[in-house]
Design a protein around this ligand. Structure first.
Ligand SMILES: [Zn+2]
Length: 207
């Protein structure tokens, strides 16, 4: 990508008519002492103006549902590209976070696929890996299948009293074990396979 963003006369917050050019397609670092207006320039002016211009390309129906931005105080800006704002908060993503969810570009992509895809799967939510109807059934949309290895967990040749549950947290005599071993109400152990083990979920034992 060639060219540069040309900005003139920025007066946002404490800035006094700052004029600068930011080359496109390169990493540009804005430095300065605390309070010199770095974030006024980058976040409050360039990023806000980019967001504002981007929102204007949507129809009114959509625009009414988007956050509204005041035009930042500057005289002139040219060649501005859409901005992706990554703030200084630590990224706290779960297993369902991707670049798409963090940059919030995912919903836009879903709409694009639902409108232009042939054959179409239907409305845009069906293109979400977080939607039960849209997610891959093999991995539940996580991109990686996590399955319980029942043979590792259970020794079906043993009774509960003999230690049918191999997980150390369910060793014979522990509280977890008692829940299953005494689940018939008579305090006697039953065979651990199937039936009473269906409430166990990986991760529970770690708590
Ligand atoms: Zn999958």
């Amino acid at each position: 990508m060639a060219g540069e963003i040309v900005i003139r006369g920025v007066r946002e917050n404490n800035l006094r008519g700052v004029t600068l050019r930011i080359p496109l397609g390169r990493v540009t670092v804005v430095t300065g002492v605390s309070g010199s207006g770095k974030s006024s320039l980058v976040f409050d002016t360039v990023a806000i103006e980019s967001q504002r211009q981007l929102n204007e390309v949507f129809p009114w129906f959509v625009r009414n549902r988007l956050p509204r931005y005041e035009r930042p105080k500057f005289e002139f800006m040219e060649n501005l590209t859409p901005a992706i704002i990554v703030d200084q908060k630590p990224v706290r993503g779960g297993s369902r976070s991707t670049v798409g969810t963090m940059t919030e570009v995912n919903p836009v992509l879903r709409v694009l696929f639902s409108r232009c895809g042939e054959p179409s799967a239907g409305p845009s939510h069906l293109y979400s890996f977080n939607d039960p109807q849209g997610m891959c059934s093999a991995c539940d949309g996580l991109g990686r299948a996590v399955r319980l290895d029942l043979d590792k967990l259970l020794d079906e040749s043993k009774s509960l009293n003999e230690g049918a549950i191999r997980h150390p947290a369910f060793a014979v005599g522990t509280n977890y074990w008692k829940r299953y071993a005494r689940s018939d109400g008579k305090g006697r152990g039953r065979t651990g396979a199937g039936g009473s083990s269906d409430r166990f979920r990986p991760g529970q034992a770690a708590s």
